[in-house]
Write a protein that binds this ligand. Structure first.
Ligand SMILES: Nc1ncnc2c1ncn2[C@@H]1O[C@H](COP(=O)(O)OP(=O)(O)OP(=O)(O)O)[C@@H](O)[C@H]1O
Ligand SMILES: [Mg+2]
Length: 236
């Protein structure tokens, strides 16, 4: 039985699909059998996967209906190590369903006030749905589009700390390659970027958010094409 990891924040453009992409490709490269369910009516991820994605293969499905998304996630958790659900950028019933059926919720947060506010709202929503379901639904905020030395980043950490919101140590760096993803279809998994994604996967294993042993062999990361022009951090 695999894990269901739901990626949610009510902040539009908050980094959900980018995090889902990093996680899906990072996990697949490590040998995990991955299914992504695109629960956003726009189906941005699923369209991108079908038309642009170049890299080690994983299953991508689109389901934006609030009952069906639960059935689909649970069904694919039987045959996959990890089911990642990418949700829409506003509060809606399907996102609530995806949070309710999750083993773990990841809430991306970029270094700006709007992202912090929506991340806190989504953390609160997760806690409330957890009480409603009478079971623990753990969550962590994932710092996204992140430059560890930035001033806005420091203020964001302070605000999240003051609100006692749980934050992952690993973060998704601010990378030109992620901005270009919709054009290139190539997800960087080599070098320093690969190490950061691996650190995220390791942390999720430690938190028991995902299984510690993948069911397949790891894929040499060179088989996932590196981003065109390298994966240069945008500022540090
Ligand atoms: N780590 C990153 N580095 C650079 N750019 C990023 C990063 N994460 C996200 N972006 C950019 O920010 C924009 C929004 O990101 P993304 O599409 O992942 O957000 P989203 O939460 O899925 O949006 P929506 O709410 O519309 O579904 C995109 O243009 C994306 O390329
Ligand atoms: Mg999205």
């Amino acid at each position: 039985m695999g894990s269901i990891v739901t990626i949610a924040t009510s902040k539009g453009g908050g980094g959900k699909t980018t995090l889902a992409t990093c996680l899906a490709v990072g996990l697949t490269t490590r040998g995990y059998k991955v299914a992504v369910i695109d629960a956003d009516r726009n189906a941005t991820f699923n369209d991108w996967h079908r038309s642009n994605y170049e890299g080690p293969e994983f299953l991508s499905l689109a389901e934006a209906r609030h009952v069906e998304v639960i059935d689909l996630a649970q069904q694919h958790a039987e045959t996959h190590d990890v089911v990642v659900i990418d949700t829409a950028g506003f509060e809606n019933l399907t996102s609530s369903s995806a949070i309710s059926t999750a083993d773990y919720v990841l809430i991306p947060c970029m270094p700006d006030r709007g992202s912090i506010r929506e991340a806190m709202k989504t953390a609160h929503q997760t806690q409330t749905l957890s009480r409603a379901a009478r079971r623990a639904i753990p969550y962590r905020v994932v710092l996204s589009q992140w430059n560890n030395r930035g001033l806005a980043e420091k203020a964001t950490r302070d605000d999240l700390g003051a609100a006692e919101v749980s934050v992952l140590e690993s973060f998704i760096p601010d990378l030109a390659a992620y901005r270009q993803l919709t054009f290139t279809g190539r997800v960087p998994v080599d070098g320093k970027v690969g190490e950061q994604i691996n650190a995220l996967v390791d942390e999720l294993v430690t938190l028991q958010a995902i299984p510690d042993t993948p069911s397949g062999p790891a894929i040499a990361s060179s088989s996932a094409a590196p981003a065109a022009g390298g994966a240069d951090p945008v500022g540090g």
